[in-house]
Write a protein that binds this ligand. Structure first.
Ligand code: ADP
Length: 255
């Protein structure tokens, strides 16, 4: 592991040359996998993640079926070669936690009531990890769900905010994530409804409110890139007006 830097911000620039509200470089491709119903490959800084969606498909075993809605299942996994030291294959406490919070980040937006008795399976594979893999996975999963044609209230966009050298910064890189004072991953819809909020470290209440504003800036930027990635694959005419709820019947949102 790298050593703790003496300073994280020098002359207004971070260790990788970014300003406090700048995201790392992002590359997105929708529909990467041929066999999945929906998929997305996303690079964000040093992160490389692949998301695949299967379904809605009949849920087995049957006793896990819900008669009134689809069950969203989310599996986040880090490839054993995704970090410097080989990760032991299989679920870990961390991957189980990330799978759970990521699934919950989509629960308020997916119209699960359209597909009773089924499962919508979301897989996120982290091929290369470099801080912020849960937010990268959520952004990719959001596009894979859209690519699979799963009806949603809108895309979910995610970005972390943190604190280093007493300043709030957006989209933490490795050193900031490892040695910073706070790490706050956030996911939200385009209209700012938060679907994931976690916090590691300490912030004052004022800093916390400021951090949420900064997270919104990052999520807005990510949303724009997600939209562009969908337009690249499907063309502009297929994009839904984000001001309405995608034509879904009133009151049919999964509670
Ligand atoms: P996130 O990836 O969402 O930021 P964490 O804060 O738990 O989640 O992890 C921060 C970073 O630490 C990861 O992105 C990854 O680069 C690194 N990391 C996580 N788990 C391991 C591990 N088992 N071995 C080595 N590095 C890891």
């Amino acid at each position: 592991m790298s050593e703790k830097p003496e300073h994280f911000i020098i002359d207004g620039k971070r260790l990788d040359g970014r300003s406090v509200d700048e995201l790392r470089p992002i590359k997105i491709e929708v529909g990467t996998l041929g066999r999945a119903d929906g998929s997305c490959y996303l690079e964000w800084g040093n992160n490389k993640v692949l998301a695949a969606v299967y379904g809605p498909r009949e849920l087995h075993p049957r006793h896990r079926q819900n008669m009134t809605r689809s069950v969203v299942q989310f599996r986040y996994n880090m490839a054993s070669f995704s970090v410097d030291e080989r990760i032991r294959p299989g679920p870990s406490r961390r991957s189980i936690e990330i799978s759970k919070v990521s699934r919950e980040a989509f629960e308020p937006v997916v119209f699960t009531k359209f597909y009773p008795k089924t499962a919508i399976d979301v897989f996120v594979e982290v091929l290369q990890a470099g801080a912020g893999t849960r937010t990268a996975g959520i952004n990719a999963a959001s596009l894979a769900l859209a690519d699979a044609g799963i009806p949603m209230r809108g895309l979910v966009s995610a970005c972390a905010v943190g604190k280093v050298d007493g300043e709030l910064v957006i989209d933490l890189m490795k050193e900031e994530d490892n040695y910073g004072d706070a790490d706050v991953p956030v996911a939200m819809t385009a209209d700012g409804q938060i679907t994931l909020l976690q916090m590691d470290g300490h912030l004052t209440i004022d800093e916390f409110h400021e951090a949420l504003k900064l997270a919104k800036t990052g999520c807005d930027r990510m949303y724009e890139l997600q939209r562009q990635a969908l337009i690249e694959k499907y063309g502009k005419e297929s994009m839904i007006d984000t001001e309405d709820d995608g034509g879904a019947p009133d009151g049919d949102i999964d509670e």
